[in-house]
Each structure stands twice: as structure tokens, then as C-alpha cells.
Design a protein around this ligand. Structure first.
Ligand code: SF4
Length: 352
């Protein structure tokens, strides 16, 4: 069941088409995901009493500082970080999984599904013992989505592991303003946990669904997006027909030859441009306010508040405080980063 991890529970419950073994899954990764990993590593090091390495990325550094401040206030001696769990779908039992490294689930049995809790501890209140589960949610951009299903699935595995009937879960949302630990808190009793077990078990037992597209496709990071028939149906309208009938020219996540790669690199800018035009058309449609579809859904222009570092103001502040040109220059660094796959024309020699 390696396609599924407990952190993907919300996506599984919304659509299980991607569970089909024939559908290629692509882990696209992202700067945001890397930043989240770096911030999570800071929290893990603090909780495990290891050396803390702060992220280099400016925003991840700021987030890590918020995490350090939160842990200073809330860390308890019983907290454990990065705890891998396995939940047996057939027996409804749980265990901590021996793990060789981050997100290594190779020790899992065929009947087990796995997931890693960012922070776990045990607690007791007037109703008895409970497991406390927390998950960092770093917001480097994109939509903020709820973590309920993911937390509930991890809580199920943890409660079955420790033989505890209840869980308290919290999503720790981190952004430029700090750590929000109040907007998502869930108390799950034995009845709730049984319900979580049933819904995951049913979703895994049923044949993969037809693709059911929605916000979960992007917000829940579906690895099947490029191969999904819903995407392909949209591409038909953007890519010339000829490109979709010749196998060598298919726009797909599996690259089959250098010529296929070159074709993809040529077509991608065109798709990107087409998508920008689609974005502009959608924004224009809702610029005067939300519109309602025939099924009652509301479509609207979302916004988000993004604090930006004003480099000019920062440099001036540094100068006002007496920083020299050399000290200011030492704050800038140049890095070489991937900037798209390009095609250059072949160099052909002259005929003799
Ligand atoms: S892209 Fe969306 S519809 Fe397609 S498999 Fe993924 S979640 Fe399902």
C-alpha cells in the first residue's frame, strides 16, 4: 500500500483514482515543500536535543524562528518528534515502525498503511488518558487547507499503537506572523476513531474511483495530476490534436526518449502561456464579485496577505546603523538554480 500514506487521507477520501497501480505518480516537490522540511527539521532537532541547523532560505529562517519561540513556550519533556506509525487495515492495530530515516516505511507489512507524526506526547485529563498529536503546516504560499483528516488518521494509528481510546490533535500553522495553534484543534473519542478506521478501510477496499477532480487535486498535492484523465481532457483543448495521437508526442509525466523530452520542453512554454490566459479570463469573470454556478457553488477571487521584505529599506537601515559597504555586500549571495529545461538547435557539421 505504498501509494498511500496516512498524510494523504483527505485526498484518498475525496478521490482514489490515483491508487490505481497503472497510474504514474510523480513527486514534483517544490521550494515550499523543501522549506517546510527544513523548518520541521529545526523542530525535530530541538525536541530530540540535537544540534539545530537553521534554514538558509530567508522565509524558512523566519518560520524556524517562530517555531523555536513556540517550542520554548510549549515544549514538554514527554514530546517526541517524527514518530513513524503503521496502522494495520485488516486487524485495526497500530505500531511504531522501525525507520531508517525520514519517511522510510520499508518495514511495513502489506496490510499496513503508514504515516509520521511531527510531534506526539501522552496526556491525562479529567476524562482519562489521551494521545496528543501535532503537525506543522508551513505556509509559503498557496491555499491554506484543513489538516483534520490527516491528523485523525495519525491519531488513529497512534491510539491503536498505545492502546489509548482518545486523541487531541492540533495543526500548527506557521506563517510570517508566527505559529497559529488555535484554529485547528480536534478532540477525537473512541467513536470518532472507529469512524476514521471505517472510512479509510472502505476507501482502500473499494476499487479506485473514477477521477473526481476538485480543489483537492492541487491543494492535496496529487502526484497523478499530469496523468489524470481530467488533466488530459483539459490538455486536449490546449495542445494540437496531432500531439495527442502520436505516442512520442504525448504530454505526460513519463519521458520516453530524448525527442519526447525536447518536444515537451518546446510545448511547455505554450501551455504555460495558455494557462496564464485562462487565469486572466477567470480573474476577469469574477472581478466584480463572486458568481454562482448552476449547482450552487460559489466561484470567487481569493486573496492573501503577503508581507514582503523591502530590501532597499533594510539596506538603508543597515547603513543608518553604521554598516559598511563590505558588510552589506557580505549579506548578498548568488546561487545557480534550475531555470527550466530548454532546447538548443543541434550543431551540424558542414558536408565535405
Ligand atoms: S488529479 Fe484529482 S481527479 Fe485526478 S487522480 Fe488526482 S485527485 Fe483524482
Amino acid at each position: 500500500m505504498s501509494r498511500f500514506s496516512l498524510s494523504g487521507t483527505a485526498r484518498l477520501l475525496a478521490c482514489s483514482y490515483w491508487m490505481n497501480p497503472a497510474v504514474p505518480l510523480v513527486d514534483t516537490g517544490s521550494n515550499a515543500a523543501d522549506g517546510g522540511t527544513a523548518v520541521g527539521a529545526v523542530a525535530e532537532a530541538v525536541i530530540k536535543g540535537q544540534r539545530v541547523v537553521m534554514p538558509e532560505d530567508e522565509k524558512a529562517y523566519l518560520f524556524a524562528q517562530h517555531v523555536l519561540a513556540w517550542l520554548k513556550e510549549h515544549r514538554t519533556t514527554g514530546m517526541r518528534a517524527e514518530v513513524p506509525f503503521a496502522w494495520d487495515v485488516r486487524d485495526d492495530t497500530g505500531r511504531e515502525l522501525p525507520s531508517k530515516g525520514q519517511r522510510d516505511y520499508s518495514a511495513a507489512a502489506d496490510t499496513e498503511v503508514c504515516g509520521t507524526a511531527d510531534i506526539v506526547s501522552m496526556g491525562v485529563d479529567e476524562d482519562g488518558a489521551f494521545v496528543w498529536i501535532a503537525d506543522w503546516k508551513c505556509h509559503f504560499g498557496g491555499d491554506r487547507v484543513d489538516a483534520r483528516d490527516q491528523l485523525a488518521a495519525l491519531a488513529l494509528a497512534a491510539c491503536r499503537t498505545y492502546g489509548v481510546p482518545r486523541a487531541k490533535c492540533v495543526a500548527l500553522h506557521v506563517d510570517e506572523r508566527g505559529v497559529d495553534d488555535t484554529s485547528e484543534r480536534y478532540d477525537l473519542d473512541a467513536f470518532d476513531l472507529d469512524g476514521v478506521a471505517v472510512s479509510i478501510r472502505e476507501a482502500l477496499a473499494n476499487a479506485p474511483s473514477e477521477p473526481r477532480s476538485g480543489p483537492h487535486c492541487t491543494q492535496r498535492f496529487c502526484g497523478a495530476i499530469a496523468a489524470c484523465p481530467k488533466t488530459q481532457a483539459g490538455l486536449v483543448q490546449l495542445v494540437p490534436d496531432v500531439a495527442l495521437v502520436r505516442k512520442d508526442w504525448r504530454y505526460q509525466p513519463v519521458i520516453e526518449s530524448p525527442d519526447h523530452l525536447a518536444w515537451m520542453a518546446t510545448v511547455r512554454p505554450m501551455l504555460s502561456k495558455a494557462m496564464k490566459q485562462v487565469d486572466a479570463a477567470m480573474a476577469a469573470y469574477v472581478k466584480d464579485g463572486p458568481v454562482t454556478t448552476s449547482t450552487g457553488d460559489e466561484v470567487y477571487q481569493a486573496t492573501r496577505r503577503m508581507p514582503r521584505l523591502n530590501m532597499g529599506a533594510l539596506e538603508q537601515l543597515a547603513r543608518d546603523k553604521g554598516a559598511t559597504d563590505e558588510e552589506i555586500a557580505s549579506c548578498f549571495r548568488t546561487s545557480v538554480e534550475p531555470n527550466g529545461v530548454r532546447v538548443s538547435a543541434a550543431k551540424r557539421g558542414r558536408a565535405a
